[in-house]
Design a protein around this ligand. Structure first.
Ligand code: I6G
Length: 679
């Protein structure tokens, strides 16, 4: 080999090492080392060398992650050691029984357990020989699985080579392949936009992605591997505990669950369950329970197995997030902007920890996509605080008297025509504020916490006041003080509550420009857009008179949002409402007004606020920063000047760190706000 050849081979090996380090930091540690552009640059450099010298290509090169389709589908492979199943527990009593059983059998006073969330994915086994990944196999029936190596390699959190100079000659690692919630939502959204079939849940999406014969398709799916045990090893002394085994896997380059923890005895197990159950909805991945394992390997050996499950482990299941129930009927609800939403009335069923009687069917396209009929048996899903969804129709259980869902042509509340704008999935009532339903929803939005924040004017009271014709526009809210007797006549309204309500209405008159614009309920203008447009235009007149072209100039405002803002201010009754509100005394402190100290020390700076803060709400922080002249953006980019990061800041913090954006914690923020005298 010539000197130049030697040096480009060296360069290639360095690039492989570098890229694998970057990949490990990004996909396993969630701590990116370099921006994506730098990764791409190195990747292209590696590709160029490999194209010139195909004979040099290494098995652990990142270019080898996406290969060709296997010639004859997936081959069957017998597991070296069977992949067992786990016994399940559904309540605390069964957990206590489990603990007593293992205590008795192992003759231990108190047992140490290693616990971790049970990811809702697919179990697989990975075989490494001399540190190099040679095979990935599905669980199958536990004895024989399918060889899906070509698909497994496309998953970046699967190490192609163990991160050690002294790997065991043979190592088999067991883990779960899953799809994070965010990736699942995006994948389904893209599929729905293309009119393709969507997946019922992240687990099915992960399973479908691994079953693809073409690894290029698997490569395009956001899959992650989390290792949960050493299944088999040769020529290496296993640690004494399961916990240490997991730490070793982490050192070798595997992602292990961050919530994995050792606890003492049954109380430790029960506390751990409560802790993780409380965090469940906020996790970035679906979990369906907790796995508890006796931590000592010696005790595990002593306890052994029963049938096909270890005696030393148990899965405590969470309440199911999916359930089967029957659709009793479909109602059509009218929203704030007139959008008609079909809602399935269900045979009440317990799912995701609550009894659910309704599930959204979104729109007509979704009804057609699902092929759902009244009286169908359906699978519904309720994960976290998300509105329950119908995810699948069990057509094989369709009763003979099932009937089509007929979308109305007239608004079910005001009987105005329903129209569907071309290119939109939503159908809308054309009644505007003539429609009692739209009026009620607009008023509820107007008084909501992030808008005019009127305490005491709840949904029920608004409905009563609209029905009593006391509220016809938001301006009427400020006229209620003229009619205390009518207020007293409303349900559950006494002297005290009327007084409190009128005080809250009065107090709401002093607001912020962005809150006021948000409260108007302009279509597509959420909180963030209200902030950016008010910051940009500074005054109400400027905003009301802005042309489409001027509006598009604003960061994050596209043609559709611009058009909605224009249309809103072109409608006479909207302009009359705005003027009416100002006449009633609604006002805000203008940035440039004489009331202001004039100091805008953060002028020209862009801030992002993320995570949980203890002293302030995120909205309060944003309002303070805006007052000081800063722009507050929703996402971190190269243009961000500072990220305010509270607890559990997550991906925005990671991104800020990778872009070297300065990060401020809550203490520093408080000091700055106090220093500027805004708190
Ligand atoms: O299916 C499983 C998921 C997670 C497991 C498992 C696990 O540990 C966190 N552990 C064992 C021992 C088995 N299945 C058999």
């Amino acid at each position: 080999m010539s000197d130049t050849q030697t040096s480009s081979r060296e360069e290639m090996l360095t690039l492989i090492r570098q890229l694998n380090d970057y990949s490990y930091a990004y996909h396993v540690k969630d701590e990116p080392l370099v921006p994506d552009a730098e990764y791409d640059r190195c990747y292209r450099a590696l590709q160029a060398i490999e194209a010139q010298h195909p004979e040099w290509v290494q098995a652990d090169s990142p270019t080898q992650r996406v290969g060709e389709k296997p010639d004859n589908g997936f081959a069957s492979v017998e597991h070296t050691v069977p992949m067992l199943s786990l016994d399940n527990a559904f309540d605390n009593d069964s957990m206590v029984d489990f603990d007593e059983r293992v205590q008795k059998l192992s003759q231990a006073a108190v047992l140490t357990y290693c616990c971790e969330p049970k990811l809702d994915g697919l179990a697989i086994s990975l075989r490494y020989e001399d540190g190099l990944l040679v095979r990935g196999v599905t669980r199958g029936d536990g004895l024989v699985g399918e060889d899906i190596t070509s698909n497994i390699k496309t998953i970046y959190s699967v190490p192609m080579r163990l991160r050690t100079e002294t790997p065991p000659p043979v190592l088999e690692v067991r883990g779960e392949i899953y799809m994070p919630k965010e990736g699942f939502e995006k994948l389904n959204q893209q599929a729905a936009e293309k009119g393709e079939k969507t997946f019922v849940n992240p687990r099915n999406a992960a399973a479908g992605s691994l079953r693809q014969l073409d690894p290029k398709i698997t490569a395009s799916r956001p899959l992650v591997l989390c290792a949960y045990s050493i299944g088999y090893v040769e020529g290496w002394q296993q640690p004494d505990s399961h916990y240490e085994g997991l730490l070793q896997l982490s050192e070798w380059g595997f992602k292990i669950n961050q919530l994995m923890q050792r606890v003492e005895g049954i109380q430790g197990c029960l506390d751990y369950y409560d802790k993780v159950a409380a965090e469940r909805d906020g996790l970035s991945y679906d979990i369906d329970g907790i796995v508890y394992k006796v931590d000592s390997i010696a005790q595990q050996k002593q306890l052994g197995f029963v049938a096909r499950a270890p005696r030393w482990a148990i899965a405590r299941k969470f309440p199911a997030q999916e359930e089967v129930t029957q659709i009793l009927g479909v109602d059509f609800q009218v929203g704030r902007t007139g959008a008609i939403t079909p809602v399935a009335r269900l045979q009440p069923t317990f799912v995701g920890g609550v009894t659910v009687s309704n599930a959204t069917l979104h729109n007509q396209d979704e009804i057609e996509r699902l092929g759902v009929k009244v009286k169908d048996w359906v699978m519904i899903r309720r994960a976290g605080d998300v509105i329950p969804q119908v995810v699948q129709v069990l057509t094989e259980r369709r009763p003979e008297d099932a009937t089509e869902v007929v979308f109305p042509v007239q608004c079910p509340v005001c009987e105005s025509d329903i129209e569907r704008v071309e290119g939109e999935a939503v159908q809308r009532c054309t009644g505007g504020l003539v429609c009692g339903a739209q009026l009620k929803e607009r008023l509820k939005h107007f008084v909501s916490r992030k808008a005019m924040d009127i305490d005491g004017l709840g949904d029920k009271l608004i409905e009563q006041l609209v029905d009593a014709k006391l509220l016809n526009t938001p301006v009427d809210i400020y006229r209620l003080k003229e009619k205390p007797a009518r207020l007293l006549a409303m349900e559950r309204m006494g002297d005290k509550s009327v007084e409190k309500l009128l005080n809250a209405i009065e107090a709401s008159k002093q607001t912020l420009f962005n809150r006021f614009v948000y409260a108007l309920g302009i279509r597509e203008v959420g909180e963030a857009t209200a902030r950016t447009v008010t910051q940009y235009f500074g005054t109400l007149d400027a905003l009301m008179n802005a042309t489409q072209e001027e509006l598009i100039e604003v960061e994050d405002v596209g043609p559709i949002v611009a058009q909605h803002i224009r249309l809103f201010f072109e409608q006479e009754d909207n302009v009359a409402t705005v003027h009416g509100l100002l006449e009633q005394g609604v006002h805000w402190q203008m940035a440039e007004s004489s009331e202001d100290s004039g100091e805008r020390p953060l002028e020209g700076k862009t801030y992002v606020v993320t995570g949980t803060l203890s002293r302030y709400s995120r909205d309060e922080v944003k309002d303070h920063l805006i007052k000081l002249g800063a722009k507050v953006s929703g996402s971190v980019s190269g243009k961000t000047d500072c990220l305010v990061a509270g607890e559990k800041a997550g991906s925005k913090l990671t991104k800020a760190q990778s872009l070297e954006v300065p990060v401020m914690d809550e203490e520093a923020l408080h000091e700055m706000l106090t220093g500027f005298g805004v708190v």
